[in-house]
Design a protein around this ligand. Structure first.
Ligand SMILES: C[S@@+](CC[C@H](N)C(=O)[O-])C[C@H]1O[C@@H](n2cnc3c(N)ncnc32)[C@H](O)[C@@H]1O
Length: 281
């Protein structure tokens, strides 16, 4: 039985969400639900999967606590398998739904390299995927792109037997680079649906989720200033070959990066994220 619905502040949280997604989708190099754009990001996501430490990652450690060895786990929008791969050894089977061929390729290579025999990959969007019930459902860094979010959530809820976990940013990816964004685009960084929008949305649908704010990621390491500039270009929605703003980006970053003993540079540019979950009655 869903709980009573509460629309915080009397707002229409469904319309708020759709409006934020539409605004955000006007960004120049926005990937959104365009799967070809995700193909191009597969290598970066494969690297993030490689770098993830399952002992300290907040999403992995939180979901792992609720998993049992016989469980089935569904990872929606699994990407290159950043969460599928560390969680697969803890359960009986994992289904990874992923519409981008490039991401699936990276995921399948990672699964093979780790000899994980219990992962099935479904090449589809969540809206189109035909999937049976799973004990636990996980959606990381996907829901903020979905304009028609209510059927998306209803399908997640209907597919989960025991619990649903969502991972979403608290603030936009480019928050730490907001001064640069203003200089490059002459406007404020666009908002995207975030943790607070999701929390209120779920209450307005009659779902009362738990939430945990993830500890901010430690400083990121960059091999050199060029690597940090490449990160900033991507975060600023500039194409990799658009070098017009490089000088500005360099001088902004130089003041915010600390040289390390091994010649690399460290700085904090990642936004905070939150884990939002609900147990099925
Ligand atoms: C930011 S990545 C997140 C990947 C992974 N969950 C992670 O956190 O590393 C977003 C992923 O969602 C996928 N995606 C986009 N639209 C989707 C949809 N409608 N249903 C399922 N996945 C979708 C993209 O192809 C991409 O792999």
């Amino acid at each position: 039985m869903p709980a009573d619905k509460i629309a915080a502040g009397g707002a229409d949280w469904v319309e708020n969400w759709a409006q934020l997604v539409r605004e955000r989708d006007t960004r120049p190099t926005r990937a959104g639900t365009n799967v070809n754009a995700w193909d191009e990001r597969a290598a970066r996501f494969a690297q993030m999967a490689e770098d993830l430490d399952p002992e300290s990652d907040p999403l992995v450690t939180t979901v792992a606590r609720s998993l049992r060895p016989s469980d089935s786990l569904l990872d929606v929008g699994a990407g290159a398998g950043r969460y599928t791969m560390p969680l697969a050894p803890l359960v009986g089977r994992v289904t990874a739904v992923e519409p981008s061929a490039g991401m699936r390729g990276a995921l399948e290579r990672g699964v093979a390299a780790r000899s994980l025999a219990n992962v099935t990959v479904i090449p589809a969007s969540w809206q189109d995927a035909a999937v049976d019930s799973h004990d636990v459902v996980l959606v990381a860094n996907v829901i903020q792109m979905i304009e028609d979010v209510v059927p998306f959530i209803e399908k997640l809820d209907a597919t989960a037997r025991r619990a649903c976990y969502l991972f979403i940013r608290v603030e936009p990816r480019e928050a730490a680079l907001a001064p640069l964004w203003r200089q490059v685009w002459g406007s404020e960084p666009l908002r995207e649906p975030n943790f607070l929008d999701l929390y209120n949305l779920l209450f307005s649908l009659g779902i009362r989720p738990q939430a945990r704010l993830a500890v901010r990621r430690p400083e990121e390491r960059f091999a050199d200033l060029d690597a940090a500039v490449a990160m900033a270009r991507a975060t600023l929605s500039l194409t990799p070959d658009d070098r017009r703003h490089d000088e500005r980006i360099r001088s902004f970053l130089e003041g915010r990066l600390t040289p390390q003993g091994d010649g690399s540079l460290a700085g904090s540019f990642s936004p905070q994220s939150a884990i939002v979950w609900w147990d099925k009655a």
